[in-house]
Design a protein around this ligand. Structure first.
Ligand code: PLP
Length: 395
């Protein structure tokens, strides 16, 4: 059995708060602070340029990728780190599109994160393809013969609704299309099984449930059957077969390494690598069971104590990721009042209160505290204070 009391202790959680926003920015693992300090003191400062070889900075995008592979049901040498998720979405969709010459349609849904849709739209315009966006429930029926790429985020960032990755991938394969799965709200939250679902491409970020820190690099995975055929569009020197030959012609590296672009973010990778230590000994089926326990308790608790909010997430845990969304007409002010009372979730326009339940550090005490505080804030109307209506740049 996974020791979730021990994983919780691995994080610095400020006193007096219940942190239910690990789906937006994971908290700091204590080991990450120490690891970055050590990286500065022993690697950058003393080794200087030698750190690329001596400290393994050059191979880190792959060694860290191998550690993430276990958490997403992938194999070794199939995942590489770098850039931001938006860039990795571009790389995956453009490479998938190129593997389906003669087809022009990219299909996604309106529950996808805007950046994924913006990137796909920009790509489609540049190469003369078409981005089709349908409602989440209509995705299966919109998979038609001319489809090139199905691009979906497994768990909806706003509602927590979870797509059936295996079923939709099978449906896409029936018509000869490829799939790109965004695991931003899945990796570190669910028992993801990319090889089991027979997916083609996957991408994700590491600053949410993987706790790599603000701006931590993204990952990309390609099924081994495509890895040597996928042609990168962002042909960076670090994805070249021989970067230090400085050839004028691009020749992709073997396998997933070709999805590297430029110089990796070494300091951020050090923090992420330490954050991944927390996952040693965590079973993904235990993770999923705990996630369901926490979200079910929160839904039951708010359902009984908070009549003014409406559940905006699927009631069936099988159809849900590791977050719960509630709707309230004054959601922004209600969330500000909650944050002031030490319960940290977030707001998503126009009327959504979002609560992430990260099994590594959240427990039933957090759930109880969140339910009680929300019930009180709604009952006493304290959210109506003028200060709680002022908007910040980041919500
Ligand atoms: C968080 C998130 C992003 C953010 O992309 P960045 O490039 O890391 O800013 C993109 N897509 C999805 C689905 C997300 O949840």
């Amino acid at each position: 059995m996974t020791d979730f009391a021990a994983t919780r202790r691995a994080f610095h959680l400020p006193q007096g708060i219940a942190y239910l926003d690990g789906n937006s920015l994971g908290p700091m693992p204590v080991a990450a602070r120490d690891r970055v300090a050590r990286m500065m003191a022993e690697e950058w400062s003393e080794m200087l340029i030698g750190g690329w070889n001596k400290a393994g900075w050059y191979v880190q995008p792959r060694t860290v990728g191998d550690r993430i592979a276990r958490l997403i049901g992938a194999g070794p040498e199939q995942v590489v780190m770098g850039d931001t998720l938006s860039i990795k979405v571009f790389q995956a969709v453009s490479a998938a599109l190129r593997l389906r010459p003669g087809r022009r349609v990219i299909l996604s849904d309106s529950g996808n994160f805007p950046s994924d849709l913006y990137v796909a739209d920009g790509l489609a315009r540049a190469v003369g393809a078409e981005l089709r966006v349908v409602a989440p429930d209509d995705v299966a029926s919109a998979i038609t013969d001319n489809l090139a790429v199905l691009m979906l985020t497994e768990v909806d960032y706003r509602t927590g609704r979870r797509h059936d990755m295996a079923a939709l991938t099978a449906r896409a394969h029936e018509v000869g299309a490829l799939t790109v799965w965004d695991l931003a709200h899945s990796a570190g939250a669910l028992d993801v099984d990319l090889l089991g679902a027979d997916a083609d491409f996957a991408v994700g970020c590491t600053y949410k449930y993987l706790n790599g820190g603000p701006g931590a690099p993204a990952f990309i995975w390609i099924h081994p059957r495509h890895a040597d055929a996928a042609q990168p569009i962002l042909q960076g020197w670090m994805g070249h077969d021989a970067p230090f030959a400085f050839d004028l012609d691009y020749r992709p590296a073997a396998g997933i390494e070709r999805m590297r672009v430029g110089t990796p973010p070494v300091i951020a990778l050090a923090a992420l690598d330490a954050a991944l230590d927390v996952w040693d000994g965590v079973s993904l089926s235990d993770l999923r069971a705990r996630s369901v326990q926490l979200t079910e308790a929160f839904i039951a608790g708010t359902g009984a104590a908070c009549p003014d909010v409406a559940l905006n997430s699927p009631r069936d845990p099988a159809l849900r990721g590791s977050q719960v969304s509630l709707r309230h007409p004054q959601a922004y002010a209600v969330m500000q009042a909650l944050i002031a009372a030490g319960v940290i979730g977030d707001f998503r326009a126009p009327d959504v209160l979002r609560f992430g339940f990260a099994p590594l550090f959240n427990d039933l005490d957090d759930v109880e505290r969140a339910v009680e505080t929300l019930a009180r804030v709604l009952r006493d109307g304290s959210w109506n204070d003028e200060a709680f209506h002022r908007m910040s740049a980041v919500t």
